[in-house]
Each structure stands twice: as structure tokens, then as C-alpha cells.
Design a protein around this ligand. Structure first.
Ligand code: ADP
Ligand code: MG
Length: 271
């Protein structure tokens, strides 16, 4: 018997029996992304493999321009890989229809960016409610749900304020509420604290960690901030097209595993 998760992706289970979902949520296989600009070819992802289990928080660290955003975009089906694939709950994203990928993006995944991309002419509550309004839900119900999410992110009662009247940290909380209101299972966060000062970065990270746990999310987070990254379950360093696991949760002791050193000359001139 096939049942459908809220992402619309079919998960097989034995007829009539509730079966544990498999531990693996995401599987990245030989994922490659090459950009061409003029004579130059850049390969920020060179046959990257990664498995992410349900409930894990993964941090991706690495210098600017190494492909962290590229990886998150591919995990969220916002961009097309040059080769390789991403499997969500066992289903290939890239052998599905565009319609199925849109469903995945809209239902299964929540996105948080470095810049919050809030609509400044709208209130905090309207911004949070937007995904539900776009899905065609009634305005009243959507705004009530938005108020609940704002309360969860520490912004109880702030719904009527315009987004541009909020501080940077508050705006990022609104963006997190907006990302979660459609109850995704996977949260992709691209340098969500990158524009914040240390105190706000800490607050926003703590919030994400708490929501990750209370809502049983699976989170993949790109960050420059090594001390926040070490609080993820696993940390990977991305450079020269390769992901290398770092020892996690050992403050001051994170180090590149034996996987490092495989870095190929992925930045090369053509011809
Ligand atoms: P990061 O998020 O780690 O800073 P990105 O994923 O944004 O890195 O970029 C990785 C590399 O790919 C960079 O060299 C960047 O210039 C290049 N790149 C990203 N997007 C494009 C694009 N649309 N066209 C050409 N090159 C791109
Ligand atoms: Mg980036």
C-alpha cells in the first residue's frame, strides 16, 4: 500500500500496518554542478555524496564562494544539477515531473535565507501567512496560524507591525515562522545568521535548534559561523567541490577528517 506524506511523495508501507519511516530522509548521489561563464568553468560541487537522516541537523561550512548556496539550492530543487541526483524519502527529485518538484518545494521544504526577503509593505503576520495565502487558504485562518508561529518564534503580539519596523533579528524570526508555517519536514537555511550581530545570531540559532527539535525537523544549514556549526549534529566542510566531515561538538577541536585532501582541481580553465 502506498501512502502519501505531506510532501506528496509516496512512501511504501506494508498493507494496513503502520511502518516506521526509514531513517534516511535525503540522499545526495554524485551531485555535480558546473557553471560556465565565458572561458571559465567552475564546479562548486564535484560528485558530492551525502546522506541525511530524519531529525538530523547538518551544518555546511566553508569559505565564501565554495558552493554552499549551490548545494542548498539543489537540495531544495531550486536549481538543476549538471549530473547526479537527490533522493527525498527514497524518491529521485530529478526523474520526477516539474510539477512534483514544485510540490516538493512548496510542501516538503522550508527555506530561510541570509536576507529575510520579507515584503516590507506587509505586516509581520501577513508575511508569515503568505505561503498559506498563496496555497489558497482563507485569510482569517492563515493569519491566526501566523500569530501562533510568531508566538513560537518569540514575537507574540507583533503580527500587526510592519516588517520594516522590526530589527534584523526580529525580521529573521519572521522569516523562520514563514518558512515553517506550511509544516515542512526539511528546513534549508542559507547563512541564516550571516547578517546578524553575535547576540542576535546566537538567539536566532537557538530558536532554530529549538524548533528543529520540537517540530521534528531535518535541517541543513550553511553557515560561516564555526561555533554555531559545531552545535549541529554533523558538520561538513565544503571546498574545491568536495564535502569533508568535521568532528562535531568538540569546541576548538573541529578538524578535517581523512576525507579531506581529495580536493580535485575543480576550478579550471577550459580549452
Ligand atoms: P557560497 O554560497 O559557498 O558562497 P555559491 O554556491 O554561491 O557559494 O557559489 C559557488 C560558486 O559558483 C562561486 O564561484 C559562484 O561565483 C559560482 N556561481 C554561483 N551561482 C552562479 C551562476 N548562476 N552562474 C555562474 N556562476 C555561479
Ligand atoms: Mg552562499
Amino acid at each position: 500500500m502506498e501512502r502519501h506524506t505531506n510532501s506528496g511523495v509516496a512512501v511504501r508501507s506494508a498493507a494496513g500496518v503502520a511502518v516506521e519511516e526509514p531513517a534516511e530522509l535525503l540522499r545526495v548521489e554524485k551531485l555535480r554542478k558546473t557553471y560556465r561563464s565565458g572561458e571559465q568553468e567552475i564546479t562548486p560541487l564535484d560528485e558530492v555524496d551525502l546522506n541525511v537522516e530524519r531529525g538530523e541537523m547538518i551544518a555546511i561550512v566553508g569559505p565564501s564562494g565554495t558552493g554552499k548556496s549551490t548545494l542548498l539550492h539543489l537540495l531544495g530543487a531550486l536549481d538543476t544539477p549538471t549530473s547526479g541526483d537527490v533522493y527525498f524519502a527514497g524518491n529521485s527529485l530529478w526523474s520526477q515531473t516539474e510539477e512534483a518538484r514544485a510540490e516538493y518545494r512548496n510542501r516538503a521544504v522550508g527555506f530561510v535565507w541570509q536576507r529575510h526577503h520579507l515584503l516590507s509593505d506587509f505586516t509581520a503576520a501577513e508575511n508569515v501567512a503568505m505561503p498559506l495565502l498563496v496555497q489558497g487558504q482563507g485569510r482569517q485562518a492563515a493569519l491566526e496560524a501566523a500569530e501562533r508561529w510568531l508566538a513560537e518564534t518569540g514575537l507574540r503580539g507583533r503580527g500587526p507591525q510592519h516588517a520594516n519596523q522590526l530589527s534584523g533579528g526580529e525580521q529573521q524570526r519572521v522569516a523562520i515562522a514563514r518558512a515553517l508555517i506550511s509544516q515542512p519536514v526539511l528546513l534549508l537555511a542559507d547563512e541564516p545568521t550571516g547578517d546578524l550581530d553575535e547576540r542576535n545570531a546566537e538567539g536566532v540559532f537557538e530558536l532554530m535548534r529549538r524548533l528543529h527539535e520540537s517540530h521534528h525537523l531535518t535541517t541543513v544549514l550553511a553557515t560561516h559561523n564555526q561555533s554555531l556549526a559545531r552545535r549541529a549534529d554533523r558538520v561538513f566542510h565544503l571546498e574545491h567541490g568536495r564535502l569533508a566531515r568535521l568532528a562535531a561538538r568538540e569546541p576548538g577541536e573541529a578538524r578535517v577528517s581523512a576525507l579531506a585532501g581529495t580536493a580535485a582541481n575543480t576550478f579550471r580553465e577550459r580549452g
